[in-house]
Design a protein around this ligand. Structure first.
Ligand code: 5GP
Ligand code: ZN
Length: 112
């Protein structure tokens, strides 16, 4: 399988890593949409939230718990946005589940 985020998770493609453990990796986005823009991904290949299985609940819970720690490390004490684009309408471009963490600027709502 040819997956760019699996390659990043396996350190086959270099990235600017903000956090890593045995289950997940978080790295800075190549095309940041905010002064701080990182992507938190499971090391396990899961295409999108649609493909999450009951067995993945602990993994996703772990990731959600780590996001606030990552945000604190990145000094996002003023707030941050977490986004996961899933499927065509949401314009998901990389088919490996990821959570964008964006901060250090005022966000607008609704999103584009
Ligand atoms: P999506 O559009 O699927 O929600 O988000 C994919 C994100 O991955 C985009 O923000 C894009 O800039 C980022 N991205 C794509 N390829 C790479 C890469 O090779 N390295 C890094 N660091 N980010 C990437
Ligand atoms: Zn993958």
């Amino acid at each position: 399988m040819d997956c760019i985020f699996c390659a990043i998770a396996n350190h086959e493609i270099p990235s600017n890593v903000a956090y890593e453990d045995e289950q997940m990796i978080c790295f800075h986005d190549l095309e940041p949409q905010a002064p701080v823009h990182v992507l938190a991904i499971p090391k396990k290949h899961i295409e999108s939230l649609d493909d999450v299985k009951p067995d993945d609940e602990a993994l996703l819970g772990h990731m959600m718990g780590k996001i606030k720690e990552i945000a604190a490390t990145l000094e996002l004490e003023n707030g941050y946005r977490v986004v996961s684009n899933n499927g065509e309408d949401a314009f998901q471009t990389v088919k490996h589940l990821h959570f964008h963490i964006l901060g250090k600027r005022k966000m607008t709502w609704p999103p584009g």
